[in-house]
Design a protein around this ligand. Sequence first.
Ligand code: SAM
Length: 306
Amino acid sequence: MRFDILTLFPKFFSGPLDHGILSRAIATGAVEVAMHDLRDFTHDRHRTVDDRPFGGGEGMVLKAQPIFECVETLGGPAGVGIAAKADRDLARQSIILLSAQGKRFTQATAHRLAALERVVLICGRYEGVDERVGELLADEELSIGDYVLSGGELAAAVVLDATARLLPGVLGHADSSRYESFGLSDADLAGESDCHPERSAQCAVEEPVLSLSKEPASVKSPGVPRSTHGAGGLLDYPHYTRPAEFRGVPIPEVLAGGDHAAIRRWRRQMALAKTLRNRPDLLANATLSDNDREFLATLADPISDR
Ligand code: SAM
């Protein structure tokens, strides 16, 4: 998969791209990242990329022209450039404008992007980008959260990292990106519905579906590790490693017992409890069994606990 990043600060990315999983993915060729300095697409002596806003007001606006010209000159593997907007879906390409006004970037978005061959990330600066970039060039605007950053570079690095780690072969263990926060349900995992197109079209689903099944399907599914549940839209369960006791706090007894069914049950309950405590909004769309609901009903209302 290839990412093209359009930015005024190409060096900004040397940190995120030079360490850990991303740097390995680039070294193995699983991910290709090309950096494009928008100032290279200006035509004046001062390499001007911004101008004053029509209608007045504070700050400057990033001009449309360098962004359009940069995209128009983008080559790619085997000389394949960026498709016309109408053909981009078919070409498995997307141009994304990072913006505080965009749709929220989520794990589901990362899965959807990981099914593409090429993603162009446009990093804004100043008061933002001339609106015609969003209207005519970009396929979508994405926001990484409800706050305002001083530039799109951090947001682009977030989108790149979250997407790249879902690609086949990027993580040491494929299951690492499957059994984690915001992950698929047991039923979806058992159906081998990973989001890469070679495996399934599951990634088209933006929101987890509500399931009323009595028991998670993985209980009967040989493909799912016995001590682990698919998150089904919940947060991950707590993890512990050695030593078994640290600063007077022992690990939960169940984890040392070797009873896989009990470990599964405990992990599921801890994921439910943590989601209720930290992100109760996720529960509305999570895949919950009757057992899950019964357990949740036993937990104290976090609001009356405050
Ligand atoms: N005037 C804009 C507004 O109020 O929405 C904020 C512009 S911000 C200072 C400059 C650039 O940072 C934006 O063009 C965008 O690329 C990036 N940016 C800021 N917040 C972001 C967010 N939450 N998600 C993604 N990109 C963001």
